[in-house]
Write a protein that binds this ligand. Structure first.
Ligand code: DGJ
Length: 732
């Protein structure tokens, strides 16, 4: 999996067994994008690079226009009029730059990014990296283009950094993490959009001339757009065709933009949202962009997802829980909201223990005087009226029932009605003399301030030390407004949103390192910050506040495009559902939640004996398939975005076992016969279904499919388990 440099052709070739990425230094100065895709063995760069000037495309050098050259990190102002990858402003107010190739370094392994989450390696042999250094001699600023190729994953990671070696300060007005110029525009753009309770809905549309983009300016990666886009060849589908997926390892404001130029070159770039961002770069300082994960798949969206899943699961998530099955939890939020007593919690814990739940999670409302969402964020001491035994006492009681104890916190926030706010009214993000806009009655703490970060680390260290806490749900329930920090000088005010993220990452790094035994789950009103950056610190995320089984199919399906099932919290809740008032059978609610990181969030003590039995059986079945769901390869079979049917399956690495999930939302009258075609199995092996005597070859299951029953009921679901077995029947 080396990176090769051809001095004669001035070409870098990053490759593994399956993919190639090619960069040429044109005229010894400009890193041009030659190719990214299936592995190539030979190349004549002259044949593919359109090095020519065109009318109204200025000639940067005789015969060469940057306006028509596919580039790796394009500038604005010296010939290229398309979307730039960056813009700097010099001390004299000008924004012209002339970065040209200076040197490069090829190194074994992969370096971490300082202060930022990034994909990692465990052994040097897993990856190789390239740093192309460009220099603007007049500014004395270096620009490092950082690339890594993994040996066993079809992934290129990219980021960039500006290194100031000059003498006069400059401003960075934009700096993308990556930019790629594809050689044609015959693509569809796919992205994941939504809102609170309706996260990560799939949208696919053909590219049009000009610019199309998705972004967040909310101070979080957001419910509205996930930091992910993909370009799909026109014929690309779930299992076939070329797909290029880009995911940003960042939890704050971002932008992904695609521009199709008149010559049908497609420029795709992604990074920190340049809107409302300016970073002051002083001599001696370096600015590092977040990292992008760039996945190429020749096996459609399914292939792309499996690569992302493996990458995020094994080289983004960290800590002792990375490779462990996570405990089945009961969270009290949907059962009680703020309205609970210690006695009530113990009743829930009792009922939870009875059905085989492993972890009891106490959600919002346990601290200060928080009996609703109007107060107390910041006052992280237990409400003794509600919990007379304190957190420690409660946790011990829960533990005595054989359950672990988990706790909800929302550290980044402060309620104006809190002791903390009364003591430190200036500790929140705000602009002096301006309104402080409330959302869910709360303000956001200013994590740019060192004393705020120190206070948070000290406060939560004490909290986590004072009770036997095995799990923490780290919530964040609003977006950022008045993004200003009184700790920053006027010229640095537009750094606030990014400095907030850096501050948060620092706090998370400290606390997760200090408490390696705690399983952290991130949350932002459900999935408002479901991104690779958060997964670096917390290996699972609460997928959505919408727990309706039918809605969840779309949410979990969309989420699965990038994120593996083990990272997706999925809970069974009561009906009528608290978001959509829909009544779905317990069976289906369990089957949907069991397709991810399984838990429950209902009045478990109120379940009738039949329902309890169902839950017990489902838990027992989940134990049988959990390894597959959490760590198997996912194959999506039927999309909820296409109709009433949804199906997906998980296959073990050795293809010896599989778990298949099928759901139908509304039954159709007198329906046609239907066979579900499986994927990812070994065609030669024989699989036993649900431990029964029924056995089928993988070939049969994939080609002929599984005959499904005629469904006469709405909200139907069926889950089955396949295990390769010895077979003495007849092979055709
Ligand atoms: C939003 C979360 O998504 C919910 O699960 C719950 O924890 C509430 N916050 C509590 O305020």
């Amino acid at each position: 999996m080396p990176i090769k440099w051809s001095e004669d052709d001035k070409v870098f070739h990053l490759f593994n067994q399956r993919i190639s990425y090619l960069i040429q230094i044109v005229h010894g100065k400009y890193p041009a994008h030659l190719y990214w895709g299936r592995r190539v063995k030979t190349l004549n760069p002259a044949s593919i690079l359109p090095i020519r000037a065109r009318t109204f495309s200025p000639a940067t050098e005789p015969g060469l226009s940057l306006d028509t050259l596919p580039q790796e990190y394009p500038a604005f102002g010296n010939g290229d009029f398309r979307t730039p990858a960056y813009q700097l402003r010099a001390k004299d107010g000008t924004t012209m730059t002339e970065f040209v190739y200076d040197s490069h370094e090829i190194l074994k392994g992969k370096r971490p990014l300082e202060g930022l989450p990034s994909a990692y390696i465990e052994e040097e042999e897993e990856a190789e990296s390239l740093v192309i250094t460009m220099l603007d001699a007049k500014l004395g600023i270096g620009l490092n283009l950082q690339y890594t190729i993994y040996r066993d994953l079809d992934v290129i990671t990219r980021s960039a950094s500006f290194e100031h070696r000059g003498s006069q300060e400059a401003e960075i007005h934009s700096c993308m993490s990556m930019s790629v110029d594809f050689h044609h525009s015959n693509w569809d753009l796919l992205h994941l959009h939504g809102t609170w309770a309706r996260e990560r809905q799939i949208e696919r549309q053909p590219l049009i001339s000009g610019t199309q983009s998705i972004s967040s300016a909310r101070g979080a990666s957001s419910h509205q757009h996930n930091p992910f886009v993909a370009l799909l060849g026109k014929n690309a589908a779930e299992d076939t065709g070329d797909v290029y997926g880009i995911s940003l390892v960042y939890s704050g404001n971002f932008q992904a933009s695609v521009e199709v130029d008149p010559f049908e070159i497609t420029r795709l770039s992604m990074g920190i949202n340049p809107f409302d961002f300016i970073w002051l770069l002083k001599p001696g300082e370096t600015f590092q962009t977040p990292e992008t994960l760039m996945v190429y798949s020749s096996e459609g969206l399914g292939g792309m997802s499996r690569t992302f899943h493996q990458l995020l699961r094994t080289r983004m998530c960290r800590g002792i829980y990375r490779d462990k099955i996570r405990p089945i939890l009961l969270n009290n939020w949907e059962a009680t909201k703020f309205n609970f007593t210690e006695k009530k919690l113990i009743e829930l814990a009792d009922a939870a223990a009875e059905v085989g739940i492993e972890l009891f999670v106490l959600d919002d409302g346990w601290f200060g005087k928080r009996n609703n969402d109007k107060s107390s964020l910041g006052d992280w001491s237990v409400n003794k009226t509600k919990l007379p035994s304190g957190l420690k006492g409660l946790a011990e009681q829960v533990q005595s029932k054989g359950l672990k104890f988990g706790l909800w916190v929302e550290p980044e926030m402060v309620s104006p009605d809190s002791e903390l706010y009364r003591r430190h009214p200036d500790w929140c993000l705000h602009v002096p003399g301006r309104n402080r806009t409330l959302s869910r009655n709360q303000l956001v703490l200013d994590l740019c301030r060192e004393e705020v970060r120190d206070w948070l680390v000290a406060t939560f260290t004490k909290l986590f030390e004072n009770a036997p806490i095995s799990y923490v749900k780290w919530d964040m329930n609003r977006n950022i407004t008045e993004a200003g920090s009184t700790s920053l000088p006027p010229i640095r005010q537009k750094e606030t949103a990014h400095r907030y993220m850096l501050g948060l990452y620092q706090i998370l790094e400290t606390l997760t390192t200090r408490f390696p035994e705690i399983l952290f789950e991130s949350c932002s009103g459900g999935g408002g910050r479901f991104d690779p950056g958060m997964l670096y610190y917390m290996p699972q995320t609460w997928t959505s506040d919408n727990t309706d089984a039918a809605e969840r199919l779309k949410i979990q399906y969309g989420t699965s495009l990038v994120y593996p099932a083990v990272t997706m919290g999925a809970h069974v809740s009561d009906v009528p559902n608290h978001q959509v008032d829909r009544v779905t059978p317990l069976e289906m609610r369990c089957d949907v939640a069991m397709a991810a990181n399984f838990g429950l969030e209902l009045k478990i003590d109120m379940l009738g004996s039949e329902e309890r039995k169902t839950v017990q059986q489902k838990i027992a079945f989940y134990h049988q398939i959990k390894q597959l769901v959490c760590f198997g390869d996912m194959y999506r079979l039927l999309s909820p975005f296409d109709g009433m049917d949804t199906a997906w399956m998980y296959v073990s690495e050795d293809k010896g076992q599989a778990a298949v999930f099928y759901y139908k939302i509304l039954a159709a009258p007198n329906p046609p016969f239907f066979r579900l075609h499986l994927r990812g199995l070994d065609p030669k092996r024989v699989y036993r279904m649900n431990n029964s005597k029924q056995a089928f070859t993988g070939d049969e299951l994939m080609k002929l499919g599984v005959a499904m029953p005629l469904i006469k009921t709405d909200f139907f679901s069926k889950v089955f388990y396949l295990e390769a077995a010895n077979f003495s029947g007849i092979f055709l």
